[in-house]
Each structure stands twice: as structure tokens, then as C-alpha cells.
Design a protein around this ligand. Structure first.
Ligand SMILES: Cc1cc2nc3c(=O)[nH]c(=O)nc-3n(C[C@H](O)[C@H](O)[C@H](O)COP(=O)(O)OP(=O)(O)OC[C@H]3O[C@@H](n4cnc5c(N)ncnc54)[C@H](O)[C@@H]3O)c2cc1C
Length: 398
């Protein structure tokens, strides 16, 4: 039986959902490539940083995950450096692999703007697990230093979060909420932790609707997060952050969540890109240039009614489902389906026990929204972990 050789690059939200769907067809032989041996659940990173979850809870092993399928899925931990589209081969530092169909699902990376002096050198991103882990440890050490200083002097620790989008507000709120409870619960005397959120727009969560940003703003202020709207970071040194209005802030460590950009692989690919460098895909999610090549998730930009669909895990998964359907349709000579993908909702965790949300057009905030967010995260993680457990059993029983 001739197999359909399908390569998926990227074991993120988009890549794993595509693999799940394509693996149902036993004629599909799928190779999944990722530069890391794990899937990193970026949507849970706020809990990782604030020590609510350890790194095992925000990752899934890709070897065991892929072994959990009925033998038609293989994982290869290799970074893809380029693609030879004409000869249908992907290129890694080890060798070249041939495909019939290719799915590019490599996400995006933190954009450290070159014109902001010192930004890349002194600020940390959180889109990669090792960076998030580093930041988590710094945060924990800061809490410890405050405890250690108790009774002698009590200077504040200054944490700067630059970028007040989804990830910036979640991280700032979670750190503020966690440290408040931590000092209170343990009756420590020295508790001064300043969390400053820098935002270039007029409101936090720029681009989101008033129902979400006004509740978020209030919650952050209730948690004593200092919000500085309408200004940009212009320079960073090892211990200070200069803003566009001339203000200079003390900084012990800084996290940068101010933007994303296409990663190195996408920059190398000889495909049509938009003005921001993302892959241009058509309404079937195929690349503009090759019908057998699909681009999904954060590495491409899609539109609905002329508006950009925000790049989220939810969008990435919806794209993955349609991409898998369209690949199966191509294989069986059926017509392709156009996308009508739109954001189904947004859930923003803002510290322990509180979230704001829009789900299918309905707004919620408080504990109920928080429970909803946790539930969605748990269900997602559980499905992957069940598959990975199955794979683990298979590997260790052989
Ligand atoms: C802190 C934070 C909080 C967020 N919160 C939410 C939220 O609450 N809700 C929500 O919907 N979205 C949220 N997002 C956004 C969401 O995480 C992204 O939209 C989502 O991860 C995109 O999925 P993806 O599959 O396109 O990319 P990713 O999940 O980034 O996966 C890309 C994969 O490709 C791999 N890769 C990259 N380059 C190569 C290469 N050259 N070779 C091999 N492998 C490669 C990477 O290792 C990675 O595993 C958040 C993001 C962050 C950073």
C-alpha cells in the first residue's frame, strides 16, 4: 500500500492537533519534527513563573506522545533549517527528508526591537521554556532575598514587564498575586515587590474590547501592579529602564512581552511573505506558492472579514483541524474547504482565582472565568498526557 508521506514541522498547538487528525488515516505516514523534545504549553506559563506549576506540568514529551499512535507517527528531534520546495525535501542538520505534503507550524518568536538599546541583552522573553524557567528562578530568588533582608533593611525589588498584551498582563498579575499571598501567608515583614507594567498603547490589552481591558486594568491595579500606559521602552541597562517620556525606572529584572516576529526558519523559506515576514497562506491554508505546502499557527496570518484573526492557541488549533481535512481531501481528490476561522474566545488569568473572559460572545470575570480557564487548560493537557502515557507504556513494554 502506497503511503502518503506527510511532514509536520513544529510540535506546538498547531502541529500536534494536525498530527492527531492526520494519524486517523492509516495510509498517512507522518514525521513530526521539532527542535525541542517537548511540547511547551505557553498558555500556562504564568503559572510556571509564579511557581504554581512545575515544568513537567507545562510540557509533553514528544517521543512518547508520537509513540502513542498506531505506528504511523514518528517524532524526530531535529531543527529544520530550510526546505527545498522544488524537490519536496526538508533540510535538517542531519539529513534531508522527502514529503508528499508539508505542514509548517513553527510558531513565532519574541521580537526584541533592534532600536531599543540593551533590550536583547538585558530583557528576557518567555516564549521558550528555558527562558521562562530562568525567569521563574529569578522571581523565586527575589522573593527569597526579601525574606532574607527582613529586619535589616527592606529595599524594593523592581520587576518590569514591558508589553501589556495577553501574556504581559497574565504574567504581571500572576506574579503580583502570588507574591502578595506568599508574604502574607508566611507573615514575612519585608514584602516590597514593585511590578511595573509598561504599555505603548492607551489601555492594557490593546486591540481587545473595553469589557476585557477595563476589568483587566482594575484587577491589575487592585493587585498593586503599577501600570504605565502610552509610553515605550527606549533603553535598558543592567539595572534601569528608560521610557519614551524620559522617566528612568529601577529594574532588577525585566521580562519583554512586547511583540512577536517570524522565526529563523520562516525567514529562510523561499515562500511569499507579508510585510511583517509571515508566510502568506490562501483561504485553504496552503502556501501561496505550493499546493502541497500548508502554513498554520503563529507563522502565518489569516483574515476573517478583512480583519486579522489574532494569533492564539485557539486559532492555531482551528487551523490545524482544517489543514488536516484539506490534506485528506487533496489525497482523495475532494474539493478543499475554505476557512472561516475566528476567535472562539479569550480567557485571561489575572492571579489566583480571577480571570476575565469572552467565550462565544459572552463576557465573564472573576472566579467562574478562572475555573473555566483552568478547565480548558486541564482538558487540553490531559488529552496529550493520555496519548503520551500510552506511548510510554508501549516503549517500556518492548
Ligand atoms: C505567555 C503566553 C501566554 C499565552 N496565553 C495564551 C492564551 O491564554 N490563550 C491562547 O489562545 N493563546 C495564548 N498564547 C499564544 C499561544 O501560545 C500561541 O498563539 C501558540 O503557541 C501558537 O501555536 P503554534 O503551534 O503556532 O506555535 P508554537 O506553540 O510556538 O509551536 C511552534 C513549535 O515549532 C517548533 N519549531 C520552531 N522552529 C523550528 C524549526 N526550525 N525546526 C523544528 N521545530 C521548530 C518549536 O520548538 C515549537 O515547538 C500565549 C503565548 C504566550 C507566550
Amino acid at each position: 500500500m502506497d503511503k502518503n508521506k506527510i511532514i509536520v514541522i513544529g510540535g506546538g498547538y498547531a502541529g500536534l492537533r494536525t498530527v492527531e487528525k492526520l494519524a486517523k488515516n492509516p495510509k498517512n505516514e507522518i514525521l513530526l519534527f521539532d527542535k525541542n523534545p517537548y511540547h511547551f504549553m505557553q498558555t500556562d506559563v504564568y503559572d510556571l513563573i509564579a511557581n504554581e506549576e512545575d515544568f513537567a506540568q507545562v510540557t509533553v514529551d514528544l517521543f512518547t506522545f508520537c509513540s502513542g499512535f498506531d505506528s504511523n507517527v514518528t517524532f524526530l528531534k531535529q531543527e529544520v533549517s530550510n526546505v527545498d520546495f522544488k524537490n519536496k525535501k526538508i533540510i535538517t542538520c542531519i539529513q534531508r527528508y522527502t514529503y508528499d505534503y508539508l505542514v509548517i507550524a513553527v510558531g513565532a518568536r519574541t521580537k526584541f526591537m533592534a532600536n531599543v538599546i540593551g533590550l536583547r541583552e538585558y530583557a528576557h522573553g518567555i516564549k521558550a521554556l528555558h527562558r521562562a524557567m530562568y525567569f521563574k528562578q529569578k522571581f523565586e530568588m527575589s522573593l527569597f532575598h526579601k525574606v532574607d533582608e527582613g529586619g535589616v533593611s527592606c529595599t524594593p525589588i523592581n520587576i518590569v514587564v514591558a508589553g501589556a498584551g495577553l501574556s504581559g498582563v497574565e504574567v504581571a498579575a500572576q506574579m503580583a498575586s502570588f507574591s502578595k499571598e506568599f508574604y502574607k501567608k508566611n507573615n514575612f515583614i519585608c514584602r516590597k515587590l514593585n511590578i511595573v507594567l509598561i504599555n505603548s498603547a492607551k489601555n492594557v490589552l490593546g486591540g481587545f474590547e473595553e469589557q476585557l481591558y477595563s476589568k483587566t486594568d482594575k484587577r491589575l491595579r487592585d493587585l498593586d501592579v503599577i501600570i504605565k500606559n502610552d509610553r515605550k521602552v527606549v533603553e535598558v541597562t543592567h539595572n534601569s529602564v528608560k521610557l519614551s517620556n524620559g522617566e528612568v525606572l529601577d529594574m532588577d529584572f525585566m521580562i519583554f512581552t512586547g511583540g512577536i516576529e517570524p522565526n529563523g526558519l520562516v525567514q529562510n523559506l523561499a515562500l511569499d511573505k507579508n510585510e511583517k515576514g509571515y508566510i502568506v497562506s490562501n483561504s485553504y491554508l496552503q502556501s501561496q506558492n505550493y499546493g502541497e505546502v500548508f502554513a498554520i499557527g503563529d507563522c502565518t496570518t489569516i483574515y476573517n472579514n478583512g480583519k486579522v484573526v489574532p494569533p492564539t492557541a485557539d486559532t492555531a488549533e482551528q487551523m490545524a483541524e482544517l489543514c488536516a481535512k484539506n490534506i485528506n481531501n487533496l489525497i482523495s481528490n475532494k474539493p478543499l474547504i475554505e476557512h472561516s476561522i475566528n476567535s472562539r474566545g479569550v480567557l485571561i488569568a489575572l492571579g489566583r482565582g480571577y480571570a476575565v473572559a469572552r467565550i462565544f460572545g459572552f463576557y465573564m470575570h472573576g472566579y467562574s472565568a478562572y475555573i473555566m480557564k483552568k478547565l480548558i487548560e486541564r482538558v487540553y493537557a490531559k488529552k496529550l498526557s493520555n496519548r503520551s502515557k500510552k506511548g510510554c507504556k508501549k516503549i517500556f513494554s518492548n
